[in-house]
Design a binder for this molecule. Structure first.
Ligand code: GLA
Length: 413
């Protein structure tokens, strides 16, 4: 049987031979992710549920002479050369900024990379739709560099050992550092965690304060994860994410002195009852944002219980409640996303759905009975198309394993 990553690796091999000549010695593979519950909770020290999906990035390459890392993005047909001892930022939002950020963050973590490299990057995570193609790129690149043995003191074996999750968590935090400090995006841990911790047919749980985490079966056969892309650009969301963080921060400031705590105080320290009791004294925007975050934490708790008892129907209902809360309290849905959900609700096999990730544009994620996935996709395509004149892109996915690396043998000719 062909492994699911073979097609991407074949493309990488062809591109590598054309660009650098010869064969890559190692590869890193890492998936994109969907957010199932726990929207905008991660940077509020809250709870999230997600799943890695079978859309991924592969980075394949080998060591090279000198102190430069040379990368080629096959999808974009662009190249970058990173001077490993003086890594500078490129244009904001560019793929090169992420690539350089990973080299930078790994060096901060473990010391300068041991040698130059040359590698190609190829992927099939839809870009800019809320499926975290960026975390998939970061994790695949980090795995590739570790697999190749150029990250001082880190061996790929450690990640597959019993204590592998400890190393994965350290790596997730390192990659978040890349995103926060080098790329300049103030996101939480959800994306890197999901790409690194995924497991086939499982949802993932993370407590962003304690880092406690779990993998919960979605059932056998589990539901399909159907991603509907509204084809509205996430660029619209520029600035909104930081604005929401600031709005949440205002509520944190209002509660910080009222609630005894040790260490850093997060919004998630506040209970829904405490929020309710202080409602009239809080600013009218901030209190609705806080209600979204705190009720999302509660939905994650219920979602964990639902999956533990195999109740995927209850889980689906929680996703719909999350979407309603995004629409009414957090104001991070949009007409397009609401309409995509309305179309999904009327389609066969629908169990539940919500926007995925930051919001405002991009994709919805739906759980759909596996046997109905193709009919579901057709129905949403048609009804959303009739209503808006736009044919959404639909991806029928499965919950997938998290990132891994491999040494590569020369391809059989
Ligand atoms: C984006 C961020 C995540 C998370 C979600 C919202 O995807 O990258 O860290 O905050 O938005 O839940």
């Amino acid at each position: 049987m062909t492994a699911s990553w073979e097609p991407l690796l074949s493309r990488a091999r062809v591109a590598f031979a054309a660009r650098f000549g010869g064969e890559p010695a190692a590869m890193g593979w890492a998936p994109g992710r969907v957010e199932l519950l726990g929207n905008h909770t991660d940077y509020n020290g809250g709870l999230v549920m997600s799943a890695a999906i079978d859309r991924a990035t592969v980075v394949a390459g080998r060591r090279a002479e000198g102190r430069e890392a040379r990368f080629v993005s096959v999808n974009l047909d662009q190249a970058d050369a990173v001077p490993l001892d003086a890594i500078e930022r490129t244009e904001s939002g560019a793929w090169t900024r992420y690539v350089r950020g990973v080299c930078w963050a790994l060096s901060q973590w473990c010391g300068p990379l041991k040698s130059g490299v040359e590698a190609v990057i190829v992927g099939d995570v839809p870009l800019g739709g809320g499926l975290s193609s960026s975390a998939s790129l970061q994790s695949a690149l980090a795995w590739f560099l570790i697999q190749l043995g150029v990250v001082p003191g880190r061996s790929s074996r450690a990640f597959t050992h019993d204590v592998g999750d400890l190393h994965r968590m350290e790596l997730a935090l390192t990659l978040r550092r890349c995103e926060n400090e080098f790329v300049g995006v103030g996101s939480g841990l959800l994306d890197q965690f999901s790409s690194l911790f995924g497991r086939a047919d499982h949802a993932l749980f993370l407590d962003c304060e304690t880092m406690a985490h779990d993998r919960l079966p979605l059932g056998k056969p589990g539901p399909a994860i159907v991603v509907c892309d509204s084809l509205t650009s996430r660029r619209l969301a520029d600035g909104m994410y930081d604005q929401r963080r600031a709005e949440c921060e205002r509520v944190v400031a209002a509660f910080r002195d009222r609630i005894p705590h040790r260490g850093e105080f997060h919004l998630s320290w506040v209970s829904l009852e405490q929020l309710e009791a202080a409602w009239d004294q809080l600013d009218p925007v901030g209190r609705r944002r806080a209600r979204h975050v705190l009720s999302e934490n509660e939905r994650v708790r219920q979602g964990v219980e639902a999956l533990k008892s195999g109740d995927v129907i209850a889980f689906g209902r929680l996703m719909l409640a999350s979407q309603a809360s995004s629409r009414d309290d957090f104001d991070n849905s949009s007409q397009a996303l609401d309409e995509l959900i309305a179309a999904a609700e009327a389609a066969p096999g629908f169990l539940g759905g919500k926007l995925s990730g930051a919001g405002w544009a991009g994709c919805t994620v739906n759980l759909v009975r596996a046997e109905c996935a193709a009919d579901f996709a057709e129905a949403v395509r048609t009804s959303y198309g009739v209503k808006t004149g736009i044919t959404p892109e639909i991806h029928i996915c499965r919950a997938a394993d998290g990132a891994f690396g491999r040494d590569l043998e020369p391809a059989q000719s």
